[in-house]
Design a protein around this ligand. Structure first.
Ligand code: FAD
Length: 391
């Protein structure tokens, strides 16, 4: 006997959990399938390595589904300014949220807090049922409904099945959606540090021919540094002990960092891009990293996934209120038509950043000139700032 829900969501990461919360609080019945265990609110003070820049639109979504206020202010770091420059230091672009009448562009928050806050909200929603420690094995798509069979034998039927199960999405594979992917031949070393400077309200990025170096501020005397480079270089850095890595960062990073007390943790990630050839199949749809993975260079991957959540939940809630079929091609194609151009624009912008700042010397000179021009074009600057805020 199969259990039924209006929507089954595969993957309870930040994106899948946000969609479950948004649909659940609108009264839709949701089954959330997560292969890992349910996260709980962190009890320790350490700063986790996985940190995301949430733009204003993402913050508003999290507030709207009752998750934002569960993240203590002491774990969020608003950033009011963004700066970018090249190694030569001549060409710089700087952006200030105040010039658009906003307090901040957004906040840096640890992923584990965002996810745990969303799951704490899910526990309050009577129409959301979470199935943890299970994976989908078989998908059956029919004209009137879809059925998903899990690896513990549970069968779930729904009008719509959403794949929010990340870059290696099983739901994407089961529904036969292909991806295009590529490698930048780069890795990113994420380093959590204790800084001599007190909490900062600026996030900066310096572009060097080997790859960018970025500083994302965290609460108190903390920051998350991202050091991009060729895989061999990053692997060698990753092997250093914390004190040797601290010295390497102090030697290689710009002086704006202001000296480090200690390296608190480090881990590296491959830089890849991936895009699903289509977002929807019969009674199935993809959101978040299951649909698109972009370089973390622009800090927009999660923001893009949360934009998917906003777009899909608006369509599903409207269809639910009108008594329409949630998995109909009209709903799913409408969602795909809305999101694909926006995602393609973000992929193109990130791609351009990569090519221009880490490409051959003439391209890098173009990049430097681009920063200088941006700085002098108020309209372009305003547009870029609104984009960074997700507005
Ligand atoms: C170094 C780095 C820095 C980044 N910084 C930023 C940033 O500053 N800002 C930003 O916006 N983005 C950033 N990103 C991107 C961001 O982390 C991702 O876009 C985001 O985590 C995607 O969330 P998701 O929920 O779609 O996928 P995931 O986080 O991958 O979650 C998928 C979930 O599905 C579950 N799952 C997987 N397989 C199955 C299965 N078969 N069955 C059931 N469940 C399954 C997983 O356990 C997980 O809970 C960064 C990425 C990297 C690598």
């Amino acid at each position: 006997m199969a259990n039924s829900a209006q929507v089954v969501i595969v993957g309870g990461g930040m994106v899948g959990a946000a969609l479950a919360a948004s649909l659940g609080q609108a009264g839709l019945t949701v089954a959330l399938i997560e292969s890992g265990q349910a996260p709980t609110l962190p009890r320790d003070d350490r700063f986790d390595l996985r940190v995301s820049s949430l733009n204003l639109a993402a913050e508003q979504l999290l507030a709207g589904v009752g998750a934002w206020e569960r993240i203590p202010a002491a774990r969020r770091c608003p950033f009011r300014r963004i700066q970018a420059w090249t190694r030569q230091g001549h060409d710089e672009a700087s952006f200030d949220a105040e010039s658009l009448g906003h307090d901040a562009f957004g906040s840096f928050v640890e992923n584990r807090w965002i996810r745990a806050a969303l799951w704490a909200r899910l526990a309050e929603l009577p129409t959301v049922k979470c199935h943890c420690g299970v994976r989908p094995m078989v998908l059956r798509q029919a004209a009137s409904e879809a059925e998903l069979e899990l690896d513990d034998g549970t069968r779930l039927t729904a009008s719509l099945i959403v794949g929010a199960d990340g870059a290696r999405s099983a739901l994407r594979e089961l529904s036969g959606i292909q991806v295009e992917s590529g490698d930048y031949d780069q890795r990113a070393l994420v380093i959590n540090v204790a800084t001599r400077l007190p909490q900062q309200d600026v996030s900066w990025q310096r572009f060097t021919p080997e790859g960018p170096q970025a500083m994302l501020p965290l609460p108190g005397h903390h920051a998350s540094l991202v050091w991009y480079g060729k895989p061999d270089t990053i692997t060698a850095l990753e092997r250093l002990d914390p004190e040797a890595l601290r010295l390497a960062v102090e030697r290689d990073f710009p002086s704006q960092l202001g000296g480090l007390e200690a390296v608190l943790g480090q881990a590296s990630f491959p830089i890849r891009r991936q895009h699903a050839r289509r977002y929807a199949a019969e009674r199935c749809v993809l959101i978040g990293d299951a649909a698109h993975v972009i370089s973390p260079l622009a800090g927009q991957g999660l923001n893009l996934g949360l934009q998917d959540v906003i777009a899909l939940s608006e369509r599903l809630i409207a269809a639910h209120r009108l008594g329409q079929d949630l998995g109909s091609p009209r709903v799913l194609d409408g969602y795909a038509r809305q999101r694909r151009p926006q995602t393609l624009a973000m992929i193109a912008a990130t791609e351009l950043l990569h090519r221009v700042f880490t490409g051959a010397a003439p391209l890098r000179r173009l990049g430097s000139a681009g920063l200088a021009v941006t700085q002098r074009l108020p309209l372009a600057k305003r547009l870029m700032m609104r984009q960074a805020m997700g507005l």
